[in-house]
Design a protein around this ligand. Structure first.
Ligand code: ADP
Ligand code: VHF
Length: 373
């Protein structure tokens, strides 16, 4: 479903909700009462059938206060990493308590840029997120700040949220911030006007983001949100920036329709196109007629339908999928190395475990990581 209004975000199947540092932390202290109202809203969304993944900042701000570090722990990378180590413990506890009060189970997931941008590791993160959500738990994702160095950091959780959305196959991202949305200039300027809807993040839109990052607690400012919007729109995912400062911020913003909606610029196939990029497939998997039919119906490629494996690829590589007559059926990210694929060719799941010596993965190419021709 293409999301055309803020209100429609309520009816998404899977939604990423990102909370910035300034919302969660005030003068070094967590905003527990506010968080309780947000958790209540997340529980309501969940009860209405929307699967929720939280991306939460706040570790550095919380940890810096505990350690008494200057500049909110952002004076140096070493400070930020130490602050994040201390603060993440508290952040996880906060979420476990807030969601627990609503009868929900919080699951902590700390990731780095590489986990979401390197194809091989991306599959692991995607599988864990998917499984967590299926179990009914609410993943609470943050960057693993204490180990990520400058070159391998997102640094801001806005882009992290957009990448998590891709990995989790979410339809929308809701960025809760301390402003109503994107303004045509720095919102502190008197004539600044809120932009309700953006169809494509153009250079003109990027130019609206002022270098002033408002709260001073976070890291990304508006520019990071626009970069996140660009990742999302190209992946066929809607993204909205709304004001999260009030109690029950989601209902307030979505009901009143106040915020900025970045409309997805592609469809589902655009999301999957990201998976394939412009890479040349590293191998070919040929499947039998039954499997061809199953793939046409949108199923995953299972080892039982595999008849031939060509090439020397590794888990996470892009492979082409061919039918029995050599016709191209599609392509996708393969869950096994080539040697393992050959070992389990044609085998059912129970036979695979015996051959591999470990519990097999759900598919050779999962439907979420496959683009049909
Ligand atoms: N064109 C703009 N529209 C809205 N906000 C802007 C704009 N340019 C700069 N900003 C600043 O960006 C801030 C939001 O970024 P940030 O403080 O990083 O948020 P968060 O902590 O929620 O991630 C706003 O408070 C605002 O001061
Ligand atoms: N991972 C960091 C957050 C970094 C960040 O981008 O913060 P923000 O701009 O407030 O979303 C932390 O937990 O402190």
């Amino acid at each position: 479903m293409a999301i055309a209004s803020l209100a429609e975000i309520r009816s998404t199947r899977r939604l990423i909700v990102k909370i910035g540092s300034a919302l969660l932390v005030e003068r070094g202290q967590p905003r527990r009462t506010w968080l309780a109202t947000l958790a209540e809203e997340l529980a309501q969304l969940r009860a209405g059938g929307t699967e929720i993944i939280v991306v939460s900042s706040g570790a550095i701000a919380l940890g810096a206060a505990k350690l008494g570090l200057e500049k909110g722990g952002r004076a140096s990378l070493a400070d930020a990493q130490a602050a994040a180590s201390v603060g993440q413990v508290e952040l996880a506890r906060l979420w476990a308590d807030a969601l627990g009060a609503q009868g929900l189970l919080a699951a902590q997931m700390l990731v780095t840029l590489g986990d979401l941008e390197d194809r091989r590791r991306y599959l692991n993160a995607a599988a864990t997120l998917g499984r967590l959500v299926e179990t009914g738990a609410i993943p609470v994702v943050n960057e693993n700040d204490s180990v990520a160095t400058e070159e391998i950091r997102f640094g801001d959780n806005d882009r992290l949220a957009a990448r998590v959305a891709q990995a989790a196959g979410a339809e929308a991202v809701l960025l809760l911030s301390d402003v109503n949305g994107l303004y045509d200039r720095n919102p502190k300027e008197p004539d600044a006007a809120l932009i309700p809807r953006v169809e494509g993040v153009t250079p003109e839109i990027i130019a609206m983001a002022s270098a002033d990052s408002g709260s001073g607690l976070g890291s990304g400012g508006m520019l990071a949100k626009l970069q996140a919007a660009r990742i999302a729109e190209r992946a066929g995912i809607a993204l909205a920036i709304v004001n999260g400062t009030h109690d029950k911020p989601i209902s307030r913003a979505l009901d009143a329709g106040i915020g900025t909606l970045f409309v997805a610029q592609g469809d589902e196939s655009a999301r999957k196109a990201w998976l394939s990029g412009r890479l040349a497939p590293a191998g070919v998997l040929t499947v039998d007629a039954g499997c061809t039919l199953a793939l046409e119906r949108g199923a995953s490629l299972l080892a039982a339908g595999l008849t031939e494996v060509e090439g020397d690829f590794r888990r996470g590589d892009l492979v082409a999928i061919h039918g029995a007559k050599g016709e191209r059926l599609g392509q996708g990210l393969v869950e096994y190395d080539a040697a393992e694929c050959r070992a389990i060719l044609g085998l059912r799941e129970d036979e695979q475990a015996a051959r591999l010596g470990y519990v097999p993965r759900a598919a050779v190419v999962h439907r979420d990581h496959m683009v049909r021709a």
